[in-house]
Design a binder for this molecule. Structure first.
Ligand code: GLN
Length: 539
């Protein structure tokens, strides 16, 4: 097994995750099998309990692990299917160490940061190695910035690990920033020099330095960084701000042949990558033939990262139909009983994403109503499906006061409520219905058409509340059709309105399974319906 460790310096938000994912893309296109993992130095056991304001979207894996959104980039940029072993936090590390100490596993020793905590970190690398016997390269991204107190133990563990597996099997890549001082008109390399110096203080000499820059990296600066940072000039790679799309990142990093540098460093024989499929996707993305406007009505609208996978899924589906998807972000709190037409009247599609808590909920219910009544294509996801159900119950079935017990415990018509097994759970962490579950799709429905007749599908879940089975018959008879239920318990998975051009809402999260060249059927159908809303308008 070969290992790539990606660290970051100078500032956060450098695109380390995208750099790691892009290296994964390039190595896969060289015929190698890769997997990626993220080490997050914060103390939360997983990001599942963190607000999207803190941390952006929580990305859910097949096995139900609630992980950092960078794992979404990893899965979208490569073919790997990740598991809970691919995201390690300090919270997990310390939880394990303390549990073992209490069990007496340390046989009376003083339990210390080095070696016990660092051993625990290395254990994860070894576990991932054992679990992926067919993988050639494990790429590990270390969250945070070199110099942070909380990241220190992770870096120390990597230093030790690189000696244990042989330095020739490890490639350290450091991602830094080259700021431009406008007044002087100069790109500055000092922050890079200093952050590499910090890394070397710990005993890690990077093999490759990726310099994030708004501009080209000229040869003088390349040589200067090489000299001060003790690497060869060819190993200083520019990572330019991509103009339009994150999917350009692998192609940008390829310009300085990062994949070649990595395989040379690790002594791997592999052919030059054929990136035709990726280039084709980017080409289509950059040159759409049509465009549609899609309103995403949620409560974390101002945050770029909160609905990351949904935005990416819309892009994938758009590329499939040669369509640019213009996302109109709408804060559901701004929608009231009279202004829906004014705010979202001129879009070709309305999407309500997942969410928790009652803030903005009535605006979402009004949005679902507007979509239903106006015939604008509608896609509801998780909470979006729940509000569509509540809206239908209230306004079509006449169930006044219908609600989810998440928002109104004393609702006379709790059409969305807790499953029996959720009652009595008080811990918030990792206790929802999580991960991939199988469901049955009923023939003759829109869902069946979208999934091309598949009778069984697997989708990822992350929710606590469910469509209340007591109301299934009544709501169906009134016209909101249940087109998919879970294979094990018969829980409602998809509802749809046959009388509407496109009104589909799912309890699961389709956005976690959409890939650039494998758009998700629900998103693809939604964008197609949006396109059909109007005569083709050139982009
Ligand atoms: N809050 C809802 C629930 O827990 C929906 C969750 C979601 O949209 N992910 O069921």
């Amino acid at each position: 097994m070969k290992y790539i460790f990606v660290t970051g310096g100078v500032v956060s938000s450098l695109g380390k995750g995208l750099a790691a994912a892009s290296i994964g893309t390039l190595l896969e296109h060289r015929g190698l099998k890769v997997t990626l993992q993220k080490f997050d130095p914060y103390l939360n056991v997983d990001p599942g309990t963190m607000s999207p304001f803190q941390h952006g979207e929580v990305y859910v894996l097949d096995d139900g692990a609630e992980t950092d959104l960078d794992l979404g980039h990893y899965e979208r940029f490569t073919n790997c299917v990740l598991t809970k072993f691919n995201n390690l936090t300090s919270g997990q590390v310390f939880e394990n160490v303390i549990k073992r100490e209490r069990r007496g596993d340390y046989l009376g020793k003083t339990v210390q940061f080095i070696p016990h905590v660092t051993d625990e970190i290395k254990k994860r690398l070894n576990e991932l190695t054992e679990r992926n016997p067919d993988v050639n390269v494990i790429i590990t991204e270390i969250g945070g910035t070199v110099g942070d107190i909380e990241g220190h133990l992770f870096l120390e563990a990597l230093r030790q690990f690189s000696l244990e597996v042989g330095r020739e099997n490890v490639c350290f890549i450091h991602v830094t920033l080259l700021p431009l001082i406008r007044a002087a008109g100069e790109i500055k390399t000092k922050p890079t020099q200093q952050s590499v110096a910090k890394l070397r203080e710990i005993g890690i000499q990077p093999d490759i330095i990726i310099c994030r820059t708004e501009h080209e990296l000229d040869e003088d600066n390349r040589r200067k960084i090489a000299m001060f940072c003790n690497v060869e000039a060819k190993n200083v790679v520019a990572f330019r701000d991509v103009e339009h799309s994150i999917y350009e990142c692998p192609l940008d990093l390829r310009r300085d042949k990062i994949d070649r540098l990595v395989v040379d460093r690790l002594g791997i024989e592999s052919p030059t990558p054929d990136l035709a499929d990726w280039e084709h996707f980017v080409e289509n993305l950059l040159h759409p033939k049509h465009q549609v406007n899609i309103a995403v009505v949620g409560k974390y609208i101002e945050l770029q990262d909160a609905y990351k996978s949904i935005y990416e899924s819309l892009i994938h589906a758009g590329v499939h139909w040669s369509t640019k998807v213009n996302i109109v972000r709408v804060d559901s709190e701004t929608i009231n009983a009279t202004n829906a037409a004014e705010i979202i009247g001129d879009v070709e599609g309305i999407l309500i994403p997942g969410g928790f808590g009652d803030r903005g909920i009535e605006g979402k219910i009004l949005t679902a109503r507007y979509a239903r009544e106006s015939g604008i294509p509608f896609l509801g996801i998780c909470l979006g499906m729940q509000v569509a159900t509540i809206e239908y119950a209230r306004n079509v079935c006449g169930l006044t006061g219908a609600n989810s017990t998440e928002f109104d415990k004393s609702s006379p018509h709790p059409v969305i409520c807790l499953q029996e097994e959720q009652k009595g759970i008080s811990d918030l962490g990792a206790t929802m219905r999580l991960g991939s579950c199988e469901s049955i799709v009923f023939a003759g429905t829109k869902a069946s058409e979208l999934y091309r007749g598949a009778e069984r599908i697997r989708e990822r879940h992350r929710h606590r509340y469910e469509f209340n089975s007591d109301y299934q018959d009544q709501i169906q008879e009134a016209g909101l059709i249940i087109s998919s239920v879970s294979a094990d318990e018969g829980l409602v998975e998809i509802v749809e309105l046959p009388t509407h051009p496109f009104f589909v809402a799912a309890q699961f999260h389709p956005e976690f399974q959409s890939r650039p060249n494998k758009q998700h059927p629900l998103f693809a159908g939604f964008i197609k319906a949006a396109l059909d809303m109007k005569p083709a308008v050139p982009a």
